[in-house]
Design a protein around this ligand. Structure first.
Ligand SMILES: [Zn+2]
Length: 126
């Protein structure tokens, strides 16, 4: 059975229709959607988190570096949603900032501890 789609010149689509359908793969609606995608003729990619490599919670800049490096690979391979990658990069900036602050905090604590316990402040201090 031939596809029933009329062409712009009044002729008929030469392709054979899908089994039990009036139109060929290109002109039948679900087939057309699968071939061309619903937007602009481009197939919409479906991203699944299962396809991504598992990562432990980052604890250091080095951990984050590994995660970002892997994300670059996954974006290029098309397995990571670019929107998700944007979030990762945004959170990464915040993570590094928090890492910096917590490092300063730790060193300040150590410094204060040192001062409190130094001989000069043993009796007179506070
Ligand atoms: Zn057709």
């Amino acid at each position: 059975m031939q596809c029933k789609k009329k062409k712009w010149d009044g002729g008929q689509c030469g392709a054979s229709a899908l089994t039990g359908k009036k139109y060929c793969a290109l002109h039948s609606e679900p087939g057309r959607a699968a071939l061309l995608g619903s937007k602009g003729g481009r197939r919409r990619t479906v991203y699944s988190p299962e396809a991504l490599k598992d990562f432990p919670t980052p604890k250091s800049a080095a951990d984050l570096r590994d995660l970002l490096a892997q994300s670059i690979i996954e974006i290029r391979a098309g397995t990571l949603d670019p929107k998700l990658a944007n979030s990762i990069s945004y959170l990464g900036v915040g993570f590094l900032r928090a890492l910096d602050v917590s490092e300063v905090e730790k060193r300040l604590d150590a410094l204060e501890h040192e001062i409190r316990n130094s001989p000069a402040n043993k009796d007179g201090g506070r």
